[in-house]
Design a protein around this ligand. Structure first.
Ligand code: TXA
Ligand code: MG
Length: 319
């Protein structure tokens, strides 16, 4: 099992030795290694069982460091960075040759993020290299939002998990790329479209695709529990399953037609940020309740973080 602790100096020495470790961020936990070290990056893909056509995000703590591995930071990207970094936003920028092709799956752009979690920011400050880090889940499974989630799934494959407590955003970063100078959202995430548009005006959304190797974060089935998760009505599901076998994940209200112990609601006050924070832990918990055979999820209103939450729920339901 991995050691779970809060020691950034221990984390630093493992990363300098080319090891891969679990790290906290405000969005979800990551599986981190030296982004300049091909062996470390290879280890990340192997540990997660992730296909190498799915590129990684590179994490850094300052623009001064980022400019050492990207060609330029165009004006719109600069504006977004000024407003939202450190925070749950990833920008696709032209890479310099010092970022190995393995990190970007051969693409010319590298995904870059400055996370806001203080522990990981402190660690990044100490390091002389940026950290490549995908979410610390086996490929295709629910993303981890606590050190214990990482331990449960990858603990036997890594030496150390830096423990920063529960991730307070709870869903992955929003990814924005630029076509010429037009901003395009590649993945909905922890920074709402409304917040982004308030700074740079209207943005367009990359259409979802199940087979676009340029943006594999868009693979349709993703973030999925092992049990079937469906968006059908409870009435429909009750035709096939006894009420005791049905789990329910709702936005704010419990259902009267199912046992209460089978149910989790994301935010009784209908707060989107709270719902995002709880989403993956709730899915994971329902997935591990042994008496349940199927999970019914309720979609949220399509606004604010409700859109990113619905994106994750729909992907969990896709198989
Ligand atoms: O919040 C987050 O972004 C978390 C934390 C750990 O920072 N990381 C994360 O990484 O969600 P991951 O690997 O699970 O998702 C990264 C997504 C991938 O789906 C990948 O397709 C996309 O980013 N990506 C990375 N580089 C890209 C690029 N150059 N062009 C398009 N998409 C890219
Ligand atoms: Mg992921």
């Amino acid at each position: 099992m991995a050691l779970i602790d809060k020691d950034i100096y221990k984390a630093k020495s493992l990363l300098e030795a080319g090891e891969v470790i679990g790290i906290p961020t405000e969005t979800v936990y990551g599986l981190a290694g030296n982004a300049f070290n091909v062996q470390a990056v290879t280890k990340i893909f192997q540990t997660k069982n992730r296909p190498t056509f799915d590129p990684l995000i590179v994490h850094s703590s300052s623009l001064a460091k980022i400019i050492q591995f990207v060609e330029t930071i165009p004006p719109l990207a600069q504006k977004l960075a000024t407003h939202f970094w450190p925070g749950p936003l990833t920008l696709l920028l032209q890479k310099k040759p010092n970022i190995p092709d393995l990190v970007t799956s051969g693409l010319e752009t590298v995904a870059v993020r400055m996370p806001s979690h203080p522990l990981i920011l402190d660690l990044l400050e100490l390091l002389e290299f940026p950290l490549a880090a995908p979410s610390a889940n086996p490929f295709g499974y629910i993303s981890p939002t606590q050190a214990e989630h990482v331990q449960a799934q990858l603990g036997n494959k890594i030496p150390y998990i830096l423990d920063g407590g529960p991730s307070h955003v709870g869903i992955e970063s929003t990814i924005i790329g630029f076509e010429d100078t037009t901003p395009i959202v590649y993945r909905l995430g922890g920074l709402s479209i409304e917040a982004i548009e308030s700074v740079i005006g209207p943005v367009s959304l990359m259409p979802h695709s199940s087979s676009n190797p340029q943006a594999p974060g868009m693979l349709k089935s993703h973030y999925a529990p092992r049990k079937p998760l469906v968006l059908d009505s409870i009435d429909q599901v009750l035709k096939q399953y006894a009420p005791e076998k049905i789990g329910y994940m709702g936005f704010s209200d419990f259902r009267k037609d199912l046992p209460e112990k089978n149910q989790l609601v994301l935010s009784q006050s209908r707060n989107y940020a709270e719902a995002a924070q709880k989403l993956f832990a709730a899915m994971r918990m329902l997935d591990t309740f042994p008496h349940l055979e199927i999970i019914v999820a309720e979609l949220l209103p399509e606004e604010d973080l409700g859109r990113a939450i619905n994106d994750r729920i729909r992907r969990a339901a896709a198989r």
